[in-house]
Write a protein that binds this ligand. Structure first.
Ligand SMILES: C[S@@+](CC[C@H](N)C(=O)[O-])C[C@H]1O[C@@H](n2cnc3c(N)ncnc32)[C@H](O)[C@@H]1O
Length: 216
C-alpha cells in the first residue's frame, strides 16, 4: 500500500488542476448515476481522488462516504467540499481492504477510474458486493488495457518502469463483465465512451440465490 499511496500523494496537486478529458462523456456518466440516486441513499465512493464527483453527487443523496488511499487527495477533496458548502460527505483514508465498513450498509458504491489500478479486481468486486444492500448498485468507470492497442500498452508499461505511471491491471471488457456477473451482479447498464474504457452500472439483485447447480 505504501508505494501506491506515495505515488498518488505526490500526484494529488497536479491531479486537482487537471481538466476533465471528455466533458460530454463525464456529464453523461453523472446523469446516468444520478438517475439511480434517491434522497435517502447512503453512498460509498472508493478511490475518490480530489472529490469532484462526490461533491457533484452529494446534493442528490443523504450521505457519501468518500475514501481514498491518498491522504493528500483527501485533504484537497475535503477543502473543496468545504468551499462548495457541502456537508454530507465524510472522508476516510484507506482501501476497501483496510477500511472497516458494515456489510450491506450502502445503496450505491462508486468506483470511478480505479478498478484497473488494483491488482485484485475479483476481490474488490466481491467486497463491493458484500457492502451493498440487496437492490443496490455498483457504478464503475474503468480503463480497459486489454482492449488497447499494443503500442499504448507498451508505453504505459514503460512509464511504470520509469515511475511516471502507477500499476495498471490488464483486462478487457468481457473479463470485467464476467467478474461482475460471477460475483452475483447483474449488468443494468453498460456504455463505452470509447473502445478503451467502459462505464457499467451493476446491480445486486434482491433475490441472490445462485442458479441451479451453480455456486459462488
Ligand atoms: C485515477 S484516480 C481517480 C480519482 C477519481 N475517482 C476520479 O475519477 O477522478 C485514482 C484514485 O484512486 C486512488 N487509489 C489508488 N489505489 C487505491 C486503492 N488501492 N484504494 C483506494 N484508492 C486508491 C488514488 O489515490 C487516486 O485518488
Amino acid at each position: 500500500m505504501k508505494s501506491s499511496q506515495a505515488f498518488w500523494d505526490k500526484l494529488a496537486s497536479r491531479y486537482a488542476k487537471r481538466p476533465i478529458k471528455d466533458e460530454k462523456s463525464y456529464q453523461r456518466k453523472l446523469a446516468i448515476t444520478q438517475a439511480y440516486f434517491r434522497p435517502d441513499w447512503s453512498v460509498l465512493e472508493f478511490g475518490c481522488g480530489t472529490g469532484s464527483t462526490a461533491i457533484i453527487h452529494a446534493p442528490y443523496v443523504r450521505h457519501i462516504l468518500a475514501t481514498d488511499i491518498s491522504g493528500r487527495m483527501l485533504e484537497i477533496a475535503a477543502s473543496k467540499a468545504r468551499d462548495a458548502g457541502i456537508d454530507n460527505i465524510s472522508f476516510r483514508q484507506g482501501t476497501l481492504d483496510s477500511l472497516v465498513l458494515e456489510a450491506e450498509s450502502f445503496d450505491a458504491v462508486l468506483g470511478l477510474n480505479i478498478l484497473h489500478l488494483l491488482d485484485d479486481v475479483d476481490g474488490t468486486i466481491e467486497r463491493v458486493y458484500g457492502l451493498l444492500r440487496p437492490g443496490g448498485v455498483f457504478v464503475s468507470s474503468t480503463a480497459l488495457l486489454g482492449d488497447m492497442k499494443l503500442h499504448w500498452r507498451l508505453l504505459i508499461r514503460a512509464m511504470q518502469v520509469l515511475g511516471f505511471a502507477p500499476f495498471v491491471n490488464c483486462f478487457d471488457k468481457n473479463t470485467l463483465l464476467s467478474m461482475l456477473t460471477a460475483t452475483g451482479f447483474s449488468i443494468d447498464q453498460e456504455w463505452q465512451p470509447g473502445k478503451e474504457s467502459v462505464f457499467i452500472v451493476a446491480k445486486k439483485e434482491h433475490d441472490t440465490a445462485p442458479s441451479q447447480g451453480g455456486f459462488r
